[in-house]
Design a binder for this molecule. Structure first.
Ligand SMILES: [Zn+2]
Ligand SMILES: [Zn+2]
Ligand SMILES: [Zn+2]
Length: 495
């Protein structure tokens, strides 16, 4: 309403409407159309759509072609949304648009696809929801208002963020949950197996390929992609990430703890899918007394493919990891909590002294000397197994800020990076252990037995050795000590 009032106030006689003008281009636009400096008002809506989940899917060029990656992705989305959910694949060349249309049994739209009438006919198929999959070049432009597009996929080079904003904005006009996905190759450099490694493209390299800087940032940012979109398209600079009511972008999604509901839902899907597979096999088995070996092989191949696809997308692994992922989230919270104040006072429930400004090194409470000595001993004896954690702080490399993830997996040291939880892990574990020694002992015994280590009587050396062992934990490479910290914390809280 304020906007309308603004219109009246300025007695506007000319209204310019545009879907893609960035704030930084306003002045240029004004100059071009000869607007006076005074008396011009700008009204801006948001470019990003709340119901669209923005994602970038990376695939390894060494393992998969663009074609294969697209085929798998399109298949996944077809199954997810069914016939009603339309999919547009934007390609960077006409050749690809034609080729992928064939592969996906889609309709193809590009500048030279036919007469005006023929083009209109294709667009009608889209807007009236009469065909599921479309491939197109950027010629499929403005004025296409198809409400039920669930997924907009981009393959190949995307050069300008404003084009991307507009094209991805075709998704979810009906405000239903939708997706905008860029399929992006991971590039490799170097010769020979040893030297070959995945590299991220720098802004300068991207520019050489005609990719503008904002687009590069959108592709490479480790943070929320809506931050980049909103800043570039709408001049909004106060966004921190996806907000309540936004479909979380792939970056925010990855950073958020997995909701239990999602875990259960995925579990259910997996069970259903397994049941279906078994049914199909059983049916074939009974019907197929005389089934030809060829047919049988065919069925087996299909079954195998479905399973392989599932494995590839990590569904199985992800479900198992989800509950653990919650535990890892808890672990991070506990680290935050125990990083402040004195661990020994916290463990012994000396609430008043926890925040009195002293650290464990300066603690005067009873037995604090024993704790300090134990910490020293553990520190000397612990041998973190390779890749089980940061050698300085013992925290998984996926959490410690001394490291950052490489695009193709693994971690590398950040220049000038430092451990944000230095001196927290061993100190906290020893304190919790010391303050609840008998329960802690039971806990350790139980944990070690689960991991196949028989243990009678407390042997500090053995225990410390065990704690340095590597474990896969909620998608992280971690060690037993980090996991034990969550368990000990529970013990501590009960007392
Ligand atoms: Zn986000
Ligand atoms: Zn203290
Ligand atoms: Zn560290």
């Amino acid at each position: 309403m304020l906007g309308l009032k603004g219109l009246v106030e300025t007695e506007t006689q000319l209204v310019y409407l545009t879907a893609t003008l960035r704030p930084s281009d306003e002045a240029e636009f004004g100059r071009l159309v000869g607007l006076p400096r005074e008396g011009v008002r700008w009204f801006r809506g948001t470019t990003t759509r709340r119901n669209v989940q923005y994602q970038i899917r990376r695939y390894k060029t060494e393992e998969e072609s663009e074609e294969d990656a697209l085929a798998a992705l399109a298949e996944e989305k077809k199954q997810k949304y069914g016939k009603q959910g339309q999919i547009i694949v934007y390609c960077d060349t006409v050749k690809k648009a034609v080729q992928y249309a064939k592969m996906l049994e889609g309709l193809c739209y590009h500048r030279g696809v036919g007469s005006q009438e023929e083009k209109k006919a294709i667009v009608r198929q889209l807007t009236e929801g009469r065909h599921q999959v479309f491939t197109a070049t950027n010629a499929l432009g403005l004025g296409v208002d198809a409400p039920t597009i669930r997924v907009v996929i981009h393959v190949g080079t995307v050069r300008r963020l404003r084009d991307y904003a507009q094209e991805s904005g075709r998704a979810g006009r009906d405000r239903e949950k939708s997706e905008a996905i860029i399929l992006k190759p991971i590039r490799y450099q170097g010769r020979g197996r040893k030297q070959r490694r995945a590299v991220e493209e720098t802004a300068e390299q991207a520019e050489m390929r005609g990719i503008e800087r904002a687009m590069w940032e959108f592709l490479e940012t480790a943070g929320c992609v809506r931050v980049v979109l909103d800043r570039e398209m709408d001049g909004r600079t106060d966004r921190k990430g996806c907000e309540d009511g936004d479909e979380r972008c792939y970056r925010c999604e990855a950073a958020a703890p997995v909701a239990m509901e999602t875990v259960r839902q995925k579990q259910k899907w997996r069970e259903e899918e397994d049941r279906r597979l078994v049914e199909i096999l059983d049916e074939q088995e009974t019907e197929g007394q005389g089934m030809s070996p060829d047919l049988r092989a065919d069925v087996e191949v299909k079954t195998y493919r479905t399973r392989a696809r599932r494995r590839k997308h990590g569904w199985d692994v992800r479900i198992e990891q989800s509950e653990e992922a919650l535990e890892v989230e808890r672990f991070k919270e506990i680290l935050e909590e125990w990083a402040t104040g004195c661990m020994w006072c916290r463990a012994t429930g000396e609430e008043k002294r926890v925040y009195s400004g002293h650290r464990l090194e300066e603690c005067m409470e009873e037995d604090s000397g024993v704790v300090r000595q134990t910490v020293e001993r553990v520190r000397r004896k612990i041998r973190w197994e390779k890749y089980s954690g940061c050698f300085d702080c013992g925290i998984p490399q996926g959490i410690c800020k001394r490291y950052r993830a490489k695009v193709d997996g693994g971690y590398e040291r950040v220049q000038g990076g430092s451990c944000q939880f230095l001196g927290v892990l061993i100190e906290s574990v020893v304190s919790m252990w010391g303050a609840n020694s008998s329960e802690a002992e039971v806990f350790f015994q139980e944990r070690m037995r689960q991991r196949g280590v028989e243990w009678d009587g407390l042997d500090e050396g053995e225990l410390v050795k065990w704690m340095g062992r590597k474990v896969r934990w909620g998608g992280f490479e971690s060690n037993e000590m980090c996991r034990a910290m969550v368990g000990l914390y529970k013990v501590h809280n009960k007392n």
